[in-house]
Design a protein around this ligand. Structure first.
Ligand code: FAD
Length: 259
C-alpha cells in the first residue's frame, strides 16, 4: 500500500473541496471494497477523504412517498427501515454482519460491482441518485462492469426510492461472500411493474417480457415460459451462463411470491 494523505472533512462541501478536480483523491465510506483494493495495489489514492464525519449523509427517512437513504447509511441501517420491506430484506442479505455494519449504500453503488445487490433495487424501484451536483435516474446510473455515470470527483449524497405498492427480492448468493450470483428485484407501482436483475450480466438489466406479463397478472405463474437468453451473461466457477439464465426465472418467481 502506498502512502496517502488522510482527510477528515466535517461537511460535504469540505469533502468536495478535496475531491474536486483531484484525480489522486478517493472517498472512503465503509472501506469494505476500497481498502481491499488498496491493499492489493489495485488503486493507490494520494488523498483519502473519509466520509465518516458527515452526519448529514446518514439519514434514512420517509419524505412523503419517497424513502430517502443517505449515502452513508450502512446496509444494517437500511435493513432496519420498514418503509420498503423488499429493500430492507435485500440489505439484510448482503455479506455478513461486519460487511453490513461497515458497508454503505453510497459506497456500494459508486463501486458498481456487477454482483452487488443494490443495483437491482435502484433500477426496479426507479430510484434517483443525488450527488453533490445533480440527480441521476437509476436507469442511467449503472453503465457497465464496475462503471457508473459518476464523475471521478463526484460524491453520492443520497438515494431517493419511490415507495412501491409491492416489491420483493430474491437472490442465489455466492456460497462464501453472499454476492449475487443472480439477484432479482420485482416492484409494482402505479406506473407498472419493473423487474431488475443483478449478478447475471456485466451490469444490472431489466426484463421487459417479465414486466409485461406481471403487469397483466402479478403472480409467479405469470412468468411461466418466459426465459432470458444465456448469451452475454457471466460465466464463472460459481455458475455457467446457462445456469444463470435459469436462475433469473427462478429468482423472479420467488421475488414475486415474496412481494
Ligand atoms: P468503500 O469501500 O469505502 O468505497 C467503495 C468505492 O466507492 C470507492 O471507490 C470509494 O471512493 C467510492 N465511494 C464510497 N462512498 C462514496 C460516495 N458517497 N460517493 C462517491 N463515491 C463513493 N455487496 C453486496 O452487494 N452483496 C454482498 O453479498 C456482499 N458481500 C460482501 C462480502 C464481503 C466479504 C465483502 C468484503 C464485501 C461484500 N459486499 C457485498 C460489498 C459491500 O457491500 C461493500 O460495502 C460495498 O461494495 C462498498 O461499500 P463501502 O461503503 O464499504 O465503500
Amino acid at each position: 500500500m502506498k502512502n496517502f494523505q488522510f482527510h477528515r472533512p466535517k461537511s460535504v462541501a469540505d469533502a468536495v473541496k478535496v475531491l474536486k478536480g483531484n484525480p489522486a483523491a478517493k472517498a472512503l465510506a465503509g472501506g469494505q471494497s476500497l481498502l481491499p483494493m488498496m491493499k492489493l495495489d489495485l488503486t493507490q489514492p494520494g488523498d483519502l477523504v473519509s466520509l465518516g464525519g458527515l452526519a448529514e449523509l446518514r439519514a434514512v427517512r420517509v419524505d412523503g412517498k419517497t424513502l430517502l437513504v443517505g449515502a452513508l447509511a450502512s446496509h444494517d441501517e437500511v435493513s432496519r427501515s420498514t418503509a420498503i420491506a423488499g429493500l430492507a430484506a435485500l440489505a439484510a442479505g448482503i455479506g455478513d454482519a461486519q460487511v453490513r455494519n461497515r458497508g454503505t449504500i453510497g459506497g456500494s453503488i459508486a463501486h458498481a460491482d456487477p454482483a452487488a445487490d443494490y443495483p437491482a433495487a435502484l433500477v426496479a424501484l426507479g430510484a434517483t441518485v443525488a450527488t453533490d451536483r445533480r440527480r441521476i435516474p437509476a436507469d442511467s446510473f449503472f453503465t457497465g462492469l464496475f462503471a457508473s455515470a459518476l464523475e471521478p470527483d463526484e460524491l453520492v449524497t443520497a438515494v431517493h426510492f419511490p415507495v412501491p405498492e409491492r416489491c420483493g427480492y430474491a437472490k442465489f448468493g455466492h456460497r462464501a461472500s453472499k454476492f449475487a450470483v443472480v439477484g432479482v428485484m420485482v416492484a409494482k407501482t402505479a406506473g407498472g411493474v419493473r423487474v431488475a436483475v443483478t449478478g447475471a450480466g456485466p451490469s444490472v438489466f431489466r426484463v421487459p417480457e417479465m414486466e409485461a406479463a406481471l403487469g397483466k397478472r402479478f403472480d409467479p405463474a405469470a412468468l411461466d415460459g418466459i426465459t432470458v437468453p444465456a448469451g452475454g451473461l457471466q460465466s464463472d466457477s460459481e455458475a455457467s451462463a446457462e445456469f444463470r439464465a435459469h436462475l433469473v426465472g427462478v429468482m423472479a418467481r420467488r421475488a414475486v411470491a415474496s412481494a
